[in-house]
Design a protein around this ligand. Structure first.
Ligand SMILES: [Zn+2]
Length: 99
């Protein structure tokens, strides 16, 4: 899901406030940064061969920001951890066409 201003729905483009309505978006920025850091930690865990840690980090990133790239990373992490059944189930959800 693409982040939006909670007040007016304008697409989030970074920054401390909404360019359209002036709402303070520092909280949203902090959440998105934390999600990005969790995804990076998941990638590092994958490279280190620690699939379970990659799963934890990828899942945490999705709790913070639900986006397609995060789901793909979570699938990779599940595969790395040998959790094939969960990876296939998640792929079925991620690859479902938008309604
Ligand atoms: Zn706004």
């Amino acid at each position: 899901m693409r982040p939006k201003c909670p007040t007016c729905g304008a697409g989030f483009r970074g920054g401390a406030e909404c360019g359209r309505c002036g709402t303070d978006l520092r909280g949203l920025s902090a959440i998105l940064l934390a999600a990005r850091e969790e995804r990076e930690s998941a990638r590092l865990a994958l490279r280190a061969g620690d699939g379970e840690e990659a799963c934890r980090r990828a899942r945490r990133s999705l709790e913070l920001h639900d986006d397609p790239a995060g789901h793909r990373l979570h699938v990779l992490a599940l595969l790395s951890a040998g959790r094939l059944r969960e990876a296939v189930a998640l792929l079925a959800v991620v690859c479902r066409p938008a309604e």
